[in-house]
Design a protein around this ligand. Structure first.
Ligand SMILES: [Zn+2]
Length: 290
């Protein structure tokens, strides 16, 4: 029962760390799978209710994360095609921090079933043919390395060549530090591809979800013809602590959340997940796509 746990750590297990001989543990494990604690209202929600509500808390409207696959399924009509797959990081720096980067990649691949933190798809968004590129936060924090950069650049090229609008759903902790300068170069690479898309007058909409930070915010996530966000999403470049220490000022309430950024003119709209697809269809109508 994760919602029943103390915030300051659990009680030590009675009499050492051995498993309890009675059936308590089995009961705990079974309920653990059915309920989840909401980060917004701290209430227990039945997982089936959450899934039926597009992973939005039915009580407080807190938006839980969606996987890249769920996101594509939510936006595109059935029959979409996954494209640009099969790229894998070569670990250009042979990087090791607490563990080797190669090992982290292997684990992330096993856990998500993806090659990297991105999934491209082509299909129909309502009545519009579209290219959708969705980021996967579950893959090393949705960080952007060479594979994410190349895959998004391919989605941009695909949109330009087919003249179908591009929708990117961002969910990222920023550039992938294990790839150093190679990851930072992706910012320039995607931005220049987007400039070509703009010259070709093909619409690009970015959907910023929780969280969108670092080099992703500083490049393609803020370059859409429309930049829209889900409610309550953390969006920023550096974290609040670093900013406070640099400018030596206390940051205002709600700083780096969607609603604050909308008010300050960084975003065009904050759209509830329930209305997101209809909003995108109407936006593409407005942008004169057939
Ligand atoms: Zn809630």
């Amino acid at each position: 029962m994760s919602w029943f746990k103390r915030d300051d750590g659990d009680y030590p297990p009675p009499g050492g760390s051995g498993p309890e001989p009675n059936g308590d543990e089995a009961r705990t494990v079974r309920t653990e799978g059915l309920w989840i604690k909401c980060m917004g209202c701290r209430q227990a929600i039945w997982k089936a209710d959450l899934a039926a509500n597009l992973n939005v808390c039915p009580k407080c409207q807190h938006h839980f994360k969606l996987s890249a696959r769920q996101r594509i399924e939510m936006l595109l009509e059935p029959g979409y095609e996954l494209v640009d797959r099969g790229l894998r990081s070569t670990d250009p720096l042979k990087f090791t921090d607490l563990k080797p980067y190669k090992q982290r990649l292997r684990k992330a691949r096993e856990e998500t079933g993806l090659d990297d933190a991105i999934l491209n798809a082509v299909g129909w968004l309502g009545r519009h043919p579209a290219v959708v590129s969705a980021m996967e936060y579950g893959f090393i924090g949705g960080s952007m390395g060479a594979v994410v950069g190349e895959t998004i650049a391919r989605a941009v090229d695909r949109a330009r060549e087919s003249r179908h609008p591009l929708i990117v759903v961002a969910a990222s902790g920023g550039a992938r530090m294990m790839e150093g300068i190679v990851s930072l170069m992706q910012m320039a690479k995607i931005s220049s591809a987007l400039a070509q898309l703009d010259d070709a007058r093909v619409p690009y909409i970015c959907v910023l979800t929780d969280p969108t930070t670092g080099g992703v915010t500083a490049s393609f996530a803020m370059l859409g013809d429309l930049n829209i966000a889900e409610p309550g999403a953390l969006i920023g470049f550096a974290g609040p602590r670093v900013i406070e220490q640099t400018i030596r000022q206390k940051l205002p309430e709600g700083f780096q959340r969607s609603e604050f950024l909308l008010e300050k003119g960084f975003l065009d709209a904050v759209v509830h997940r329930r209305e997101l697809k209809d909003y995108l269809v109407r936006a593409l109508d407005f942008l004169h796509m057939q």
